[in-house]
Ligand binder design. Structure first.
Ligand SMILES: *[C@@H]1O[C@H](CO)[C@@H](O)[C@H](O)[C@H]1NC(C)=O
Ligand SMILES: *[C@@H]1O[C@H](CO)[C@@H](O)[C@H](O)[C@H]1NC(C)=O
Length: 210
């Protein structure tokens, strides 16, 4: 089955309109025109194709894991300064999208199929969690650390819209244990020894040495 049936596309459009209605459109730079026109183009040379992105067609998940595909300003230049972008998410049973944050955007997630346990943590450390299912929306406020987990036996699918054309993603496990942050700093911060840090780093050794 196609990931995005036409019904889902309608939902997507509704989500995008919802963002605009909220007046939460965040500009990454001021537009001096109706929309962003690439330097080598003009309104005569542009047509509907420029405002169309087909890169989400045929998106399929991956066995035993979480998979996503995004359409941000990097993939879809027409989004420049328009304050919106989207991502498709697919979770196999027991798959997790690990704790992460989007520094520049709130995320409004719409459940296309299945059930997900979702949560974010606020700046005081309070966890807000919910089990959401097909047809539900959940909003992750901008910058808050959050995760999604499929604790079911069936695939879960969602589409997320973001209030920024380039929301950015900071994956906490990778940022903490897959980078060159010195072991000594991690040991003191987590109050554990070298062995524990080595264990936490082990899935990301390739990332660190590259
Ligand atoms: C618009 O762009 C096209 C192709 O890039 C070019 O041939 C044309 O002269 C441009 N028109 C104007 C009015 O600048
Ligand atoms: C998943 O569901 C099972 C059964 O309800 C529960 O025991 C377990 O704690 C859940 N796991 C997580 C990580 O929430």
């Amino acid at each position: 089955m196609e990931f995005l049936a036409s019904k889902s596309s309608v939902y997507l459009a509704i989500i995008l309109l919802f963002y605009q209605a909220l007046g939460r459109v965040v500009a990454d730079m001021d537009l001096t025109d109706d929309f962003f026109i690439p330097p080598d183009q003009n309104t005569t040379s542009l047509n509907g194709k420029y405002f169309t992105y087909t890169g989400l067609r045929g998106f399929k998940g991956q066995a035993n894991t979480f998979a996503s595909r995004k359409a941000t300003v990097k993939e879809f230049p027409a989004l420049t300064s328009l304050g919106v972008s989207v991502m498709l998410l697919e979770f196999q049973p027991q798959a997790v999208n690990p704790p992460h944050t989007h520094p520049r955007a709130s995320e409004l997630m719409y459940m296309l199929d299945g059930i997900l346990d979702v949560a974010f943590v606020d700046s005081t450390g309070k966890l807000y969690s919910e089990t959401v299912r097909q047809g539900d929306l959940f909003v992750f406020p901008r910058g808050m650390v959050h995760h999604q987990f499929n604790n079911g036996t069936k695939v879960a699918k969602a589409v997320s819209s973001f209030g920024h054309p380039n929301p950015g993603t900071i994956n906490l496990p990778i940022t903490l244990f897959g980078t060159q942050i010195p072991n000594g700093v991690l040991k003191k911060s987590f109050k554990v020894d070298d062995q524990v840090i080595a264990l936490l780093r082990s899935p990301y050794v390739k990332l660190i040495t590259n």
